[in-house]
Structures are given as structure tokens and as C-alpha cells.
Design a protein around this ligand. Structure first.
Ligand SMILES: C[S@@+](CC[C@H](N)C(=O)[O-])C[C@H]1O[C@@H](n2cnc3c(N)ncnc32)[C@H](O)[C@@H]1O
Length: 273
């Protein structure tokens, strides 16, 4: 059973200095060299974690290079803070690389010694101090509802807005940033679509994933384009499927490891019609 809280791995090191609690939610793991991505391990908004790291799916990027040209438009969906995108940004050819995520910003406010996090669309999602993080899960729903009731309106007026993107990602030429929810139709059409560590069965039901496929085929991926479904969470290693969009259906071009565990949903499009 998953617990609705996490301890900061630096808890015991920090214990004597608890009075110096971090004041910035993105620096909760302040002492780590890659502090922003480390903080992403703890941030969960609307049911999905923002966990990420650098060089996360390098084998897939190596394969993708042969499908990219200097004219390619690349769309990276669910890029979190852009850490994992950096290998594509530096290793692929393109005219435009779009780093996108459903949540590019969050708001934070300190209430009764805890930092609470929320977004423009979601009420309080997490609460933390330097030692632990509490999540809005079934166990603690009552606690968050109480704080929503008492403080949410005040928080909307007084909160601090925090960008979740790494500064160096925003500063690179030909890289743009887009707040993009893949479940909300938007005709965006890229030549190469990268979806890493987000389209999987722990986050979404098969029904939700099925509903996405036609939309990916028609609105997100350009006919003749490529979609890379990548999954390398935890100990399973790097598994990905590189698919081709022929305008009517997806076909499999290549796999890394065992491929994505949602590959068949994209390949069995007929069953949806
Ligand atoms: C586990 S992280 C993966 C980050 C990065 N792609 C990687 O592989 O390291 C999942 C990301 O997907 C984003 N996300 C969740 N639902 C989404 C949606 N409907 N549309 C776009 N992004 C979404 C989350 O905000 C989060 O940043």
C-alpha cells in the first residue's frame, strides 16, 4: 500500500538544523547538486508525479536521431522541469523543440509551519516541511479539505508563484515552452512527439489511454511523423516504442528493451473505430 507521505532522504542529516527549514518548495532537497530534479521526485499534482532526471532515456534519443532533420518540429509532452528533455535538446536535429507539460507553474503558501502547494486549477495538493511531504490521498483527504475550506481563498490572493522549469532549458535557442494537457484537444502537429514516463497504466486507465490514441494520430502527430512512447520508471530499465504515423494508423518502427506497455493501444487503432 502506498503511504500518503514521504520522508526527505536527507531527513537524518537535516534533523539538527530543522529550524532552518527550506523556504522554497523547489529547494526542498536543497543540498543536492541537481536540486530541482530531486525536488521533482516529491511533487505530485493531480495524481501524477513530476519525477524526472537528466539522461533518462538516452538509447531512445540515439534511435530518434535518424528520424529527425534540421526542419523537424519536436513536441516533448509531460516534460516536467525539462531535465530529461536536455538529452533530446542537445542530441537531436530540429527547427523547434517544444518542452510542454500540463503544469509549468505551481503556487505555494506557508500555513501553520507547512508549505502548501496548489495550481491555477487544483486546490491544495501537497503540504511539506524540510522533513516530510504529505499528499492529498484518500487517507489525508479530510486534512486537505479542511485547509481548502479555511485557507484556499486567502492562498489564491497571497501565494508565491513558482516556475517548475529549469532555467537553462528556457534559455536555449529554438526551444519553446508550452502549457499543454494532452487530454485537451489542441491542433499542434509535430513531426516527432516524445512522451516519456507518463503514458502508462499506473497513471491512466486503458479507457483513458484509448481515448487519446485517435487524438494523437490526428492532432498531435503529423502524418508521416514519429511518436516515441518511453517508459523507464524504477528498475524496469529503458523500454520504448518508436511508432510511425501514416495518416491512418500507427505502425511499429523500433523498440528499446521490451517496448512501451501501452504500445498495443496505439497499434490496435482499428478496434477503436
Ligand atoms: C513522471 S513525469 C515525466 C517527466 C519526463 N518526461 C521524464 O521522463 O523524466 C510525468 C509528467 O507528466 C505531466 N503530466 C501529467 N498529466 C499530463 C497531461 N494530461 N498532459 C501533459 N502532461 C501531463 C506531469 O505534470 C509530469 O510532469
Amino acid at each position: 500500500m502506498k503511504l500518503p507521505f514521504k520522508l526527505n532522504p536527507k531527513f537524518f542529516k537535516k534533523f539538527p538544523s530543522f529550524i532552518l527549514a527550506s523556504s522554497d518548495p523547489c529547494l526542498i532537497y536543497k543540498s543536492d547538486s541537481d536540486s530541482k530534479s530531486m525536488a521533482m521526485r516529491s511533487i505530485r499534482l493531480g495524481g501524477t508525479f513530476k519525477t524526472t532526471c537528466i539522461s533518462r532515456y538516452i538509447n531512445t534519443i540515439n534511435l530518434l536521431q535518424s528520424y529527425c532533420t534540421p526542419k523537424s518540429k519536436i513536441l516533448d509532452i509531460g516534460a516536467s522541469d525539462g531535465s530529461a528533455s536536455l538529452s533530446g535538446i542537445h542530441g537531436l536535429s530540429y527547427s523547434e523543440y517544444i518542452v510542454s507539460d500540463k503544469y509549468l507553474f505551481l503556487h505555494s503558501i506557508k500555513l501553520l509551519g507547512l508549505y502548501f502547494i496548489f495550481t491555477d486549477r487544483l486546490k491544495f495538493q501537497m503540504a511539506f516541511n524540510s522533513f516530510f511531504v504529505l499528499y492529498r490521498s484518500s487517507w489525508l483527504a479530510w486534512f486537505f479539505r479542511l485547509f481548502d475550506f479555511l485557507y484556499y481563498n486567502k492562498a489564491k490572493r497571497n501565494s508565491k508563484k513558482v516556475s517548475l522549469l529549469r532555467d537553462e532549458v528556457i534559455a536555449i535557442d529554438n526551444v519553446s515552452v508550452l502549457e499543454f494537457d494532452m487530454f485537451r484537444p489542441k491542433n499542434i502537429q509535430a513531426d516527432v512527439v516524445i512522451v516519456a514516463n507518463i503514458l502508462n497504466r499506473s497513471y491512466f486507465t486503458d479507457e483513458a489511454l484509448n481515448s487519446l490514441v485517435l487524438y494523437f494520430l490526428r492532432d498531435i502527430s503529423r502524418p508521416g511523423g514519429i511518436v516515441a512512447l518511453i517508459d523507464n520508471r524504477a528498475e524496469k530499465g529503458e523500454n520504448s516504442s518508436i511508432l510511425h504515423n501514416d495518416g491512418h494508423a500507427f505502425t511499429l518502427l523500433e523498440r528499446v528493451g521490451d517496448g512501451s506497455d501501452v504500445e498495443h493501444i496505439f497499434l490496435n487503432l482499428e478496434s477503436l473505430n
